[in-house]
Design a protein around this ligand. Structure first.
Ligand code: DAH
Length: 344
C-alpha cells in the first residue's frame, strides 16, 4: 500500500469508528493518537514521501489527525455526561410520588361533625369505659334493681375476676353522665361519644355494637326551653332542618322525657322511605335530668337542674351516605371504606 492508499483507508477507518464507553474512546486515542500510534507511524513515513507530494499529503494527514482528535473529544464529553446520569438516579424534574390519602370512617365523619357543632356552643368531650359497672350504667341512672327498664336494653353481662357479675358492656353512653357528674362541679357541658353494646340479633338494620353520643348540660336554672333551643340549633347545623318536635316519652334518668323528631320534609321518594311517610325523622331521646340522678352524683337538685340527650350515630351515617346495611359499618372492607374521602 502506498502512502496515498494508506491515507485513504485510514480516512474510512476513522469515519466508521465509534465508541460507546469511555474505555473504548481511550482505546481509540491510544491506537491512533498515542506515542506509538498510527499517526506517529504515518508522520515518520511522511518524511520519506517525495517533495512534490508533501504538500497535499501533509494537509490530508493533518486534517485526519485533527478529526481523530475531535472524535475523541466528542466521545469523552458525551459519554462522561451519560455515565454521570446513569450513576445518579436523581431526576429533579420528575413529578413527586403521590401520597395515597386514607379515608375517614363514616362513623368518624358523623362523630366529628357532631362534636364540632357542640364544641361551638361550649361543650367539651368526655369519655368513659366500655366495660362499665352496674352503678354507672344502671343504678345511678335511676334504673331500680329488677326494674323492667333494664330489659329495654338487652345487656351483655361481664364476669369480673372476683366472681361478681355486676359488670356490663355499657348499653348506652348515658353511663358517662354519671362519671362526669361525680367528677366535675356544675356548670357542666359535655358530650360523650362512644361505642355501646346490646344483645340484639344482627341484621341489616340493627347490630349488637353501635355508637352513641350523649349530651349533658347542668347549671343553675337550666330549663326545658334551654334544651329545646339547643336541640333546635343542633338540628339546623347537622341536618340543615330548622323544625323539630318533642314527643313525650319515658327514660328512667330524665323527667320529663321526650323523643326528638326533625321535620325532614316529604319531597321525594327517599323522604317517604326514611320518614315512613310522616315527614318526621326520629333522631334522639332527651329530657330534664331526674333529681334522683343528680342526687346519686352528689349534685344538689334544689340548686341545679339540667338536661341530657342521647343519639345513635349509625342511622345518621346510613342516611347521609346511603349505606344500605349497618353491618358494612363494622366489616372494614376496604372497598367500602375507600369510598369515604378523608377530611384532611
Ligand atoms: N340512653 C338512651 C338510649 O340509649 C338515650 C337517651 C335518652 C340518653 C334520653 C339521654 C336521654 O341522655 O336524656 O336509648
Amino acid at each position: 500500500m502506498n502512502f496515498s492508499e494508506k491515507l485513504q483507508s485510514l480516512m474510512l477507518e476513522l469515519d466508521s469508528a465509534t465508541a460507546s464507553t469511555l474505555d473504548e474512546a481511550e482505546q481509540f486515542r491510544i491506537k491512533y493518537l498515542g506515542s506509538k500510534g498510527v499517526f506517529k507511524e504515518l508522520f515518520e513515513e511522511f518524511k520519506t514521501v517525495s517533495a512534490d507530494e508533501k504538500r497535499s499529503f501533509g494537509k490530508q494527514l493533518n486534517q485526519l489527525k485533527a478529526s481523530a482528535e475531535a472524535s475523541v473529544e466528542k466521545w469523552k464529553a458525551s459519554l462522561n455526561n451519560s455515565e454521570l446520569t446513569a450513576v445518579s438516579t436523581l431526576d429533579l424534574t420528575r413529578p413527586g410520588a403521590l401520597f395515597e390519602l386514607g379515608a375517614e370512617h363514616p362513623i368518624s365523619i358523623i362523630k366529628r361533625e357532631i362534636i364540632d357543632i357542640f364544641h361551638g356552643i361550649g361543650f367539651s368531650v368526655a369519655e368513659g369505659p366500655e366495660i362499665e359497672d352496674d352503678w354507672h350504667n344502671f343504678s345511678a341512672l335511676n334504673f331500680p334493681p329488677e326494674h323492667p327498664a333494664r330489659d329495654m336494653q338487652d345487656t351483655f353481662f361481664v364476669k369480673n375476676p372476683n366472681g361478681s357479675d355486676d359488670y356490663v358492656l355499657r348499653t348506652h353512653t348515658s353511663s358517662v353522665q354519671v362519671r362526669v357528674m361525680s367528677e366535675q362541679k356544675p356548670p357542666i357541658r359535655v358530650i360523650a361519644p362512644g361505642r355501646v353494646f346490646r344483645n340484639e340479633a344482627v341484621s341489616a338494620r340493627s347490630h349488637c355494637i353501635f355508637h352513641q353520643i350523649e349530651g349533658l348540660y347542668i347549671d343553675e336554672g337550666v330549663t326545658f326551653a334551654d334544651m329545646k333551643q339547643t336541640l333546635e340549633y343542633f338540628a339546623k347545623e347537622f341536618f340543615g332542618k330548622s323544625k323539630i318536635r318533642l314527643r313525650p316519652s319515658y327514660f328512667p334518668f330524665t323527667e320529663p322525657s321526650a323523643e326528638v323528631d326533625v321535620y325532614w320534609g316529604l319531597e321525594n321518594e327517599l323522604d317517604y322511605r326514611i320518614t315512613k311517610g310522616t315527614g318526621w325523622l326520629e333522631v334522639m331521646g332527651c329530657g330534664m335530668v331526674d333529681p334522683a340522678v343528680l342526687e346519686s352524683s352528689n349534685i344538689d337538685p334544689e340548686k341545679y337542674s339540667g338536661f341530657a340527650f342521647g343519639m345513635g350515630l349509625e342511622r345518621s351515617a346510613m342516611q347521609r351516605f346511603q349505606i344500605p346495611d349497618i353491618r358494612m359499618i363494622f366489616e372494614n372492607d376496604v372497598r367500602f371504606l375507600k369510598q369515604f374521602q378523608s377530611a384532611l
